[in-house]
Design a protein around this ligand. Structure first.
Ligand SMILES: C=C(O[C@@H]1C=C(C(=O)O)C=C[C@H]1O)C(=O)O
Length: 340
């Protein structure tokens, strides 16, 4: 049903012990048992995130390309690019306060994107250790991170409607690790969910500066509005701007899925002149973040009722950006459905 289009980014999940057999690699993001700094010594970007409680539950997200890859490092940001897509990564070490270092690291990354000519920022992932803990000033670490990120985007003249799709999720160590996918020429459409307040418009009660991200982005290599890819941000049990069903992981999972179904579905697509009619069964390379390990079987059961049996799905036991959220999901619609 699906086919890969080489002008668009390609990614798949690969077991950690099968990484030797890869070719044509732009980047390998290891969801593994320890964090590291970005590494370009393999001739592609390699980045370790502390997202697994042991290597047995880890996996690698591998980005491939059929073009030659160049790598480099600038201001602590490691990168790999192939002339059309850039993957870059950075890390803010564990600290008592994060806003300033986050602003600096994000600014370095946005400057790098500009200097290399990859300004269409499609997707960002942010992994925040102790995300719900207070920093040294009593501000929640996630809110502290959001403050620095917002300042960096503003300093680089990113308007709210040009911020990427993103994930901001807990991690098990390493401070704040982040990586980004940006494009040189492909058309990028940021997408919002009409059932949710845009994150960048959240009221101040969620923190001094709102989280700057789009609910999804649509990336297309041609004029054909049916042929693009859809990057779905981390999505949770939020309607309007409020958390619903705190303490009920099953209801939270169902509402998060409903949010994604609406975001990828026909009604939203029509609003953005996207000629696709996706359902949850079109989502792939899905990550499901579950706060309490004991909830994973129930969440998995609900997910399996909605996703394609062919979809790659990874379950990670980490904290979520609001203390009252137990679950969050993200994924990519890699290629369009053939039927109208
Ligand atoms: C779950 C939400 O936000 C989370 C935090 C994000 C961030 O700060 O980059 C992005 C998506 C989600 O991972 C939400 O606000 O709906």
């Amino acid at each position: 049903m699906t086919q890969q289009i080489s002008a668009l980014p390609a990614s798949a999940f690969v077991p950690l012990d099968e990484l030797d057999e890869l070719s044509g690699v732009l980047g390998v993001i290891n969801y593994t048992s320890g964090a590291g700094d970005p590494d370009i010594s393999p001739g592609h970007l390699r980045f370790d995130l502390h997202m697994a409680h042991g290597t047995a539950e880890g996996f690698a997200e591998v980005w491939t390309t059929d073009r030659p890859v160049e790598t480099g490092e600038s201001g602590g940001i490691g990168y790999a690019h192939d002339g059309e897509h850039l993957l870059c990564a950075g890390r803010v070490p564990p600290s008592e306060r994060y806003a300033e270092a986050t602003r600096a690291a994000y600014t370095a990354m946005l400057e790098l994107m500009e200097s290399l000519g990859y300004q269409r920022c499609a997707r960002m992932w942010n992994f925040v250790n102790d995300i719900n803990a207070d920093n040294a000033d009593g501000l929640e670490v996630y809110r502290d991170f959001c403050l620095g990120r917002a300042e960096a985007f503003e300093a680089r003249d990113f308007s709210d409607t040009s911020v990427p799709a993103a994930t901001g999720i807990g991690s098990l160590g390493g401070g704040i690790s982040f990586y980004v996918l940006a494009s040189r020429t492909n058309a990028l459409t940021p997408i919002e969910n009409s059932k949710q307040v845009s994150a960048y418009n959240y009221p101040e009660r969620y923190g001094p500066r709102p989280p700057k991200f789009a609910r999804a982005t649509y990336l297309s290599a041609t004029e054909d509005r049916a042929a693009g890819q859809l990057y779905v941000s981390g999505t949770s049990s939020i309607r309007g701007h409020e958390t619903l069903f705190a303490g009920d992981v099953e209801k939270q999972t169902l509402l998060a899925l409903e949010n994604i179904a609406h975001l990828v579905g026909s009604e939203t697509a029509a609003d953005y002149r996207i000629e696709q009619h996706n359902t949850l069964a079109d989502l792939d390379t899905i990550k499901v973040y579950v706060r309490h390990r004991e909830d994973i079987p129930a969440v998995r059961r609900i997910c399996e009722e909605h996703f394609s049996p062919d979809a790659q799905v990874a379950y990670l036991n980490v904290d979520v950006c609001r203390a009252d959220l137990s679950v969050e999901l993200e994924g990519i619609v890699h290629a369009p459905r053939n039927e109208p």
